[in-house]
Design a protein around this ligand. Structure first.
Ligand code: IMP
Length: 430
């Protein structure tokens, strides 16, 4: 009865969608457990079609798996319906989708506040995706959130919205000089969404327990990543949920004892969008090269991603924190053509070498990478399908990552397509 967690080991955009898709046909359930439409998964199907998904679990493209939006996700119904319509128009069946009634809704005031607060923060801004994620989770914690199940009870929906807009409208109007929101208009809009979403809303927890009892495979798919985790990431430059493996239990209701495997996904280098510390960030030609060859532009916002070398301190931290059993290293092909490929093995902080993540945010801001330079390789590795066929230097690079993280690298991505991988250990096998 395996429950498997799949998560990002860096700052997001590691290529998790591709890995879910790799597993998609062999798992029975794919469940999103955190975040919302701040995420962006690009999936390329066998017939070469490219899909950009934001809220739908990337298993949506598997013809058989049930797809679930767990209670830990924040749902913007407008975005979800647009995504469902987009998939249906392209012939993808979405009738296997189920949404937890306990998931919270992103409301118009969340989107409005996300943008306006960021603007007011000026240079201290987080660099959010502007999708209302932080304000929606904020209301959840403050116990004034509106949940998916409230869509099914128009009286409750109105009552909760009236209450919450009493405060939010004051903030929008008096603090931020924005237009107040009209309760009637928002209720009417959300009741329309309710009609369309009704068939998908379900008690997903029990569904997953039953599936596990039947011996089916449940894949819990993280959005964002370890270093964007609210508790364990580079706070406050984080997202407002827990993308780490513990968050998978909270965000789905699957108990920790059901988890048999944790798959961490990491790029062969590092990227980050938004603000916040990033010790191996490159500001030179090498960084530009990674961005260009790696196509490092956000799926959700189109923003340029910040690029840098692989940070083994972060990777080791992610491995220990999440209990990663298998690492997937994506985009190794992007590193072809560098004479030397540096790996950050430690930090220098205020003149001292530090091998692990420092305790304080201030120290992390001061961290300078200590690099170990490995030989590069020139070959195009896009067609390579076995580890032995990789150039010797590329093999050594992967093996060094394994040593530094203390985790085996089970799959290596050598190109964007579904088939473009070197599989060393089956992610569902032994
Ligand atoms: P929020 O999740 O929109 O509140 O943004 C908070 C931080 O997380 C910002 O730095 C975003 O750029 C970052 N972030 C959110 N979602 C993603 C993602 O899917 N990939 C990478 N970064 C993300």
């Amino acid at each position: 009865m395996p429950a498997i967690v799949l998560l990002g080991a860096q700052w997001g955009d590691e290529g998790k969608g591709k890995v879910t898709d790799l597993l998609g046909e062999r798992v029975d359930y794919v469940v999103r457990y955190s975040g919302g439409n701040n995420a962006g998964h690009t999936v390329i199907t066998p017939d070469g079609q490219k899909y950009a998904l934001h809220l739908m679990p990337s298993g949506a493209l598997s013809p058989t798996a049930m797809i679930v939006i767990g209670n830990g996700v924040v749902v913007d119904p407008k975005v979800l319906l647009a995504e469902i319509d987009g998939l249906n128009e392209r012939g993808v069946d979405t009738s296997r989708l189920r949404i937890s009634g306990d998931a919270h809704l992103i409301m118009p005031h969340h989107r409005a506040l996300d943008r306006v607060v960021e603007r007011y923060l000026g240079s201290a801004r987080i660099g959010t995706t502007g999708r209302g994620i932080g304000p929606a989770y904020g209301d959840k914690v403050a116990r004034m959130g509106i949940r998916v199940q409230d869509l099914l009870d128009p009286g409750i929906l109105r009552q909760k919205l009236e209450l919450v807009l009493r405060e939010k409208n004051q903030m929008l109007f008096k603090v931020y000089n924005r237009k107040a929101l009209d309760v009637d208009a928002v209720v009417a809009e959300y009741l329309e969404y309710a009609e369309r979403l009704r068939p998908y809303i379900a008690e997903t927890r029990a569904m997953l327990w039953d599936a596990l009892d039947r011996g089916e495979t449940v894949l819990m798919e993280g959005a964002q990543a370890t270093m964007l985790d609210m508790d364990h990431g580079t706070y406050p430059f984080v997202t407002s949920s827990n993308p780490t493996s513990g968050g998978a239990c909270v965000g789905t209701g699957v108990p920790p004892t059901s988890i048999t495997r944790v798959i961490g996904v990491s790029k062969a280098y590092t990227t980050r969008v938004g603000s916040g510390p990033f010790p191996t960030e490159l500001f030179d030609d090498a960084g530009q090269h990674l961005r260009k060859i790696g196509g490092e532009y956000g799926v959700t916002t189109g923003r340029e991603r910040r690029c840098g070398w692989f940070d083994a301190v972060v990777a080791r931290y992610a491995a220990r924190l999440n209990g990663i059993t298998d690492l997937v290293v994506t985009k190794l092909d992007v590193l072809s053509g560098f004479e030397k490929v540096p790996i950050c093995v430690a930090y220098e902080i205020d003149g001292r070498r530090v091998d692990d993540m420092p305790m304080s945010q201030t120290a992390f801001h001061h961290a300078r990478p200590v690099y170990e330079e490995l030989d590069g390789w020139w070959e195009d590795i896009g067609k390579v399908r076995s580890f032995e066929e990789l150039p010797a230097a590329a093999q050594r690079y992967v093996e060094r990552i394994e040593q530094l993280c203390g985790t085996r690298v089970s799959v290596i991505g050598v190109g964007p397509g579904r088939e473009e991988n070197v599989v060393r250990h089956d992610l569902l096998g032994g």
